[in-house]
Design a binder for this molecule. Structure first.
Ligand SMILES: Nc1ncnc2c1ncn2[C@@H]1O[C@H](COP(=O)(O)OP(=O)(O)O)[C@@H](O)[C@H]1O
Ligand SMILES: [Mg+2]
Length: 213
């Protein structure tokens, strides 16, 4: 067992980039390192937050106000943080999360065009100073990601958006990664899965080496 301070790792990226697929790989990697961890996802991760996820992603006739969407995202996050993420870290466990607040910046900020300041205010309200320690951004061309996601079946409320929305989401993710290079590792997710996983493995090794110093 390595005695490392518990770390909060998030996996980000647009539709179909391979987040869920690669979370399975990262779980195995954490197990091989003998690290105790909790793997979870957003929006969701608790029964109540998963109900809120349903409210957010299920297609509906009624127009969803952008503030409603933003507040539901952070309502789910508050629940997830208090019931899962903070207790896990307080118990010395690493946390691996399929999407987190970067996705709110990318989707509600980039995609919907909401003001970054609004998102930042809610981020501070709900998270205090808690931020991920490492964010793996899986990056792929929008069309290629959509093609992968479409193989999964009927599109959810976000997947029904137009191409311009997803370009804005991707651009926002890349801009955030460029602005904060110490936290983010950009992984070229267009490669065959074995190469994506090698790149993720290398990023994780480098991250662990850096926190040992
Ligand atoms: N590197 C890859 N090359 C080819 N197909 C992939 C790759 N990574 C994931 N996939 C496939 O793409 C689809 C979407 O992957 P998924 O992990 O569900 O993406 P996400 O969770 O990011 O939306 C799945 O069918 C998955 O098997
Ligand atoms: Mg997924």
């Amino acid at each position: 067992m390595r005695a490392l301070k518990p770390q909060f790792i998030t996996v980000e990226g647009g539709e179909g980039v391979g987040k869920t697929t690669n979370i399975a790989f990262i779980r195995k990697w954490l197990e091989q390192q003998g690290l105790d961890y909790v793997a979870t996802r957003e929006p969701g991760g608790t029964p109540l937050a998963e109900e809120i996820r349903g409210l957010l992603v299920n297609p509906r006739e009624e127009v969803v106000d952008e503030n409603t969407e933003l507040l539901l995202m952070f309502a789910a996050r508050a629940q997830h943080l208090s019931q899962v993420i903070r207790p896990a870290m307080n118990a010395g466990k690493w946390v691996l999360c399929d999407r987190f607040t970067d996705a709110t910046y990318a989707y509600q900020g980039g995609g919907r065009g909401m003001a970054v300041e609004k998102i930042a205010q809610l981020e501070t309200l709900v998270q205090g100073s808690l931020r991920p320690d490492l964010t793996l951004l899986l990056d792929i061309g929008v069309e290629q990601g959509m093609a992968r996601a479409s193989e999964r079946g009927a599109p959810d409320r976000f997947e029904q958006e137009k191409l311009a929305f997803f370009h804005a989401v991707r651009d926002c993710y890349l801009a955030r990664a460029a602005a904060e290079p110490r936290r983010y590792r950009i992984i070229d997710a267009s490669q065959p899965l074995s190469q994506v996983q090698s790149a993720i493995g290398e990023a994780l090794e480098a991250f662990v080496d850096a926190i040992h110093d």
